[in-house]
Design a protein around this ligand. Sequence first.
Ligand SMILES: Cc1ncc(COP(=O)(O)O)c(C=O)c1O
Length: 416
Amino acid sequence: MTLALDGGTPVRDTPFPTVSDASGRTFGAAEAAAAARVVASGALWRVTGTEVDALEREFADYLGVGHAVASTSGTAALHLAVAAIDPEPGDEVIVPPITDFGTVIAVLACNAVPVFADVDPVTGCLTAETVAAALSERTRAVIPVHLFGGPAPIDEIVALCRPRGIAVIEDCAQAYLTVPDGGSTWAGTRGDIGCFSLQQSKHISAGDGGLTVTGDPALARRMRLFADKGWPRDTGERTHLFYGLNYRMTELVGAVARVQLTRLADVVAARRSVARRLVDDLADLPGLRLPEPAEIERHSFWLFPMLLDPAVAGADNERFGAALAAEGIPVTAGYLDRPVYLNPALTERHAFGTSNFPFTSPPARAEMRYAAGDCPVAEDLIDRTLLVLQCNERFTERDVADIVEAVRKVSKHHAR
Ligand SMILES: Cc1ncc(COP(=O)(O)O)c(C=O)c1O
């Protein structure tokens, strides 16, 4: 069968459900009613409303942690977390090179410097070994990302960091209800702080929004104040105890997010069942590595990752991905165009004017520079082996069948 890329008929010529609009989202009458309820109340900010307070309680209870603090985005949620750790300018925070730039923004916004540790060649996540290799006397925190909804080895990273007084901040923006190894509790509750996003493309959404969780009341209070200008409103005083921002979630967002939270378990279950079918129907293809069947219940499939062995599959991720896209399949080769550290903001050390702060020494331990080759495993994933398929709770049997047919067609063509 001729590939669509070579002029053949594409497997699919209609769009798939997408997170960009109602076709791939779960917003319904209950969300509309929640938003209308807030408008009718006249209290659209959290200071005199009730919705965001209720969301924080409900989310903390859902995850079984003591505290949740709402904010305006996943990036803000991470900023709250790093700010609560309160690093000195130039202190180091270890991050993975395959993530959204929001992970790094949180570090830079605290005048700390990101140190990139390499990743596991299969999961794309930090490991205890790669984190250990990146530690220094200036390391204050590590931010493992549970990439695509797949669990990072969080318990091992915590075991490495806790005796050294290094905080572990779990970036769960892609990982609601992910279950890391070594227990049954969810990602976000194993480290010191967990950060979630309610942005349009996440498992649950209110357009934009963030939630940060912790079991530590002191960290929770610092985060709560940081999101509200350092203002301890609970004391009744108009004082500002430390630098903070206005990251207050609005009541409209809070009310919609509360309804979305009631849908979360179904969303994750539906994505796992899509993943199960893909794994069942694609497992025999040469040079294509899929999530292990036993891992499916631990993964929450924000995206569905596949790893190519180009020598066996007959194509690298760029070529395989272009062929799949031509067949009408929503796929991205490499997930990112480049590892996070090769973005101009970091290679040109451009955060605050022309100062190169905080990458200069002092305040940093050494002059911080970022360059190709820093994390070879991550670069290989992005450049050669990683392919990510969209995964959506609204995919029908037909949608999944079309993906399977297209992947088999492209595989057969190249493996010949
Ligand atoms: C892993 C990761 N971290 C952080 C973020 C930032 O979240 P937001 O877009 O809500 O600021 C995202 C989302 O894009 C993400 O996927």
